[in-house]
Design a binder for this molecule. Structure first.
Ligand code: F6P
Length: 348
C-alpha cells in the first residue's frame, strides 16, 4: 500500500463493553502507524466527542492490551443524536480536534449514530461489536465467542450440581433482542430447553419438555433463558425497573426467576436460578475474539486509507470484508431458524 500525507484517525468504543475491544484498538494503532497515520483515542464512546475528551494513542499505550478485557478508552451509552446541541458539539469537536477519519466500534446503537454522522459527511468506518451477535451485515461480532465460552463453562458446572440434587437449573443469560448466546451456549452445554426472544413458548410447553425428560429417568434439567425472552402471550418484557438508557432500552432482568418459580409451581420439581449477568462480558477474550478484533481493526484502517468511508467491517465466511453502513442496522440479525431447530432436537 502506498503511504499518504499524515491523517489523524479518531477511535471510540461505545455501548456495553465486550472482550476484544482492546484487540481492535491495538490493531488500529499498529496498522495506522505502519501507514504513518496518527491515532487519537476518544474517551467513553460518543460522550468523548460531545465533551472533546481524547488521549493520544501510541505504540506504548497499546502495548500489552491484547489479552485485556474491557476497553482502555472507556465506554458509555451516550446518544449524541438525541438533541441538536450535542449533535452540533460532536461535529464541531471532530473539526476542533483535527480528526480526519473516525472509527466507531460498537453495536446497533453506536453504529446507528455512525451511520447518521456518515450521512452528514463525517468520514467514518464502523466495527461491529457486541456479545449479543445481533448486528446485521456480519456473520459474527467480536465478544460473542468469549461470552459463549463463559456461559458454556457455567452450564457445565451447573450440570453437576443439578444432577446431584435432582433439580431444574434455570440459567439467565444476556440477549436483549436475540437469543444467540442462549442457543449457541445451550447447544454447546447440552441444555434441555432454551428460551429466546425469537421463539416465545408457554409455561405449559416448557414444563412438558421437562416432564418428558423426567419420565425417561433424567431427574435434573438445564433451562437456558435469554433475558429478552417473553412467555407466549405476555405483553411486557421482564425488567429490573422502569429506567431506560439514552437509546430507549429498558433495564432487563428477572425472567429467569419468573420462569423458575412457574416451573416449580407447575411441575413440583425443585428449581434454582442462576443469573450470569456481566460475568459474560468481563475478562480476557478468547483467541477467536482476539484474532477477529485484530482483523477488524486492521481492515478498518485499510478502508479509511482506501477512501471507503461509510462502511462497516464484516466477517463473511472466513473473509473480512466491508458492507455499506447504510445497508446495516435496518433490522437485527436474529438466530438462524436452522440452528434453533437443531437445538430443539435435544429438548426433553
Ligand atoms: O451490550 C449488550 C448487552 O450486554 C445486552 O445483552 C444487555 O441487555 C445489556 O448489554 C446490558 O447493559 P448494561 O451494561 O447497561 O447493564
Amino acid at each position: 500500500m502506498t503511504k499518504q500525507s499524515t491523517k489523524r484517525i479518531g477511535i471510540l468504543t461505545g455501548g456495553g463493553d465486550c472482550p476484544g475491544l482492546n484487540a481492535v484498538i491495538r490493531a488500529v494503532v499498529r496498522r495506522a502507524l505502519l501507514l504513518d497515520y496518527e491515532v487519537v483515542g476518544i474517551k467513553n464512546g460518543w460522550q468523548g466527542l460531545v465533551k472533546g475528551t481524547t488521549e493520544p494513542l501510541t505504540l506504548l499505550s497499546v502495548s500489552g492490551i491484547l489479552p485485556r478485557g474491557g476497553t482502555i478508552l472507556g465506554t458509555s451509552r451516550t446518544n449524541p443524536m438525541k438533541n441538536e446541541e450535542d449533535k452540533k458539539k460532536v461535529l464541531t469537536n471532530i473539526k476542533k480536534l483535527g480528526i480526519d477519519w473516525l472509527i466507531a466500534v460498537g453495536g446497533e446503537d453506536t453504529l446507528g449514530v455512525a451511520r447518521q454522522l456518515s450521512e452528514l459527511g463525517v468520514k467514518v468506518v464502523g466495527v461491529p461489536k457486541t456479545i449479543d451477535n445481533d448486528v446485521e451485515g456480519t456473520d459474527q461480532t467480536f465478544g460473542f465467542d468469549t461470552a459463549v465460552s463463559i456461559v458454556t463453562e457455567a452450564i457445565d458446572r451447573l450440570h453437576t450440581t443439578a444432577e446431584s440434587h435432582q433439580r431444574v437449573m434455570v440459567v439467565e443469560v444476556m440477549g436483549r433482542h436475540t437469543g444467540w448466546i442462549a442457543v449457541v451456549s445451550g447447544l454447546a452445554g447440552g441444555a434441555d430447553c432454551i428460551l429466546i426472544p425469537e421463539e416465545p413458548m408457554t409455561i405449559q410447553q416448557i414444563c412438558q419438555v421437562l416432564e418428558k425428560r423426567h419420565a425417561r429417568g433424567r431427574l435434573f434439567s438445564i433451562v437456558v433463558v435469554a433475558e429478552g425472552f417473553k412467555l407466549a402471550g405476555a405483553e411486557e418484557l421482564v425488567t429490573k425497573d422502569q429506567s431506560r438508557d439514552q437509546f430507549g432500552h429498558v433495564h432487563l432482568g428477572g425472567i429467569g426467576e419468573l420462569i423458575a418459580q412457574q416451573i416449580e409451581k407447575y411441575t413440583g420439581f425443585e428449581t434454582r436460578v442462576t443469573v450470569l449477568g456481566h460475568i459474560q462480558r468481563g475478562g480476557s477474550p478468547t483467541s477467536f475474539d482476539r484474532v477477529l478484533g485484530t482483523r477488524y481493526g486492521v481492515k478498518a484502517v485499510e478502508l479509511l486509507h482506501e477512501g471507503k468511508f461509510g462502511t462497516l467491517v464484516a466477517l463473511r465466511g472466513n473473509k473480512i470484508t466491508a458492507v455499506p453502513l447504510s445497508k446495516t442496522m435496518r433490522k437485527l440479525k436474529r438466530v438462524d431458524p436452522e440452528l434453533i431447530r437443531t437445538a430443539e432436537m435435544f429438548y426433553g
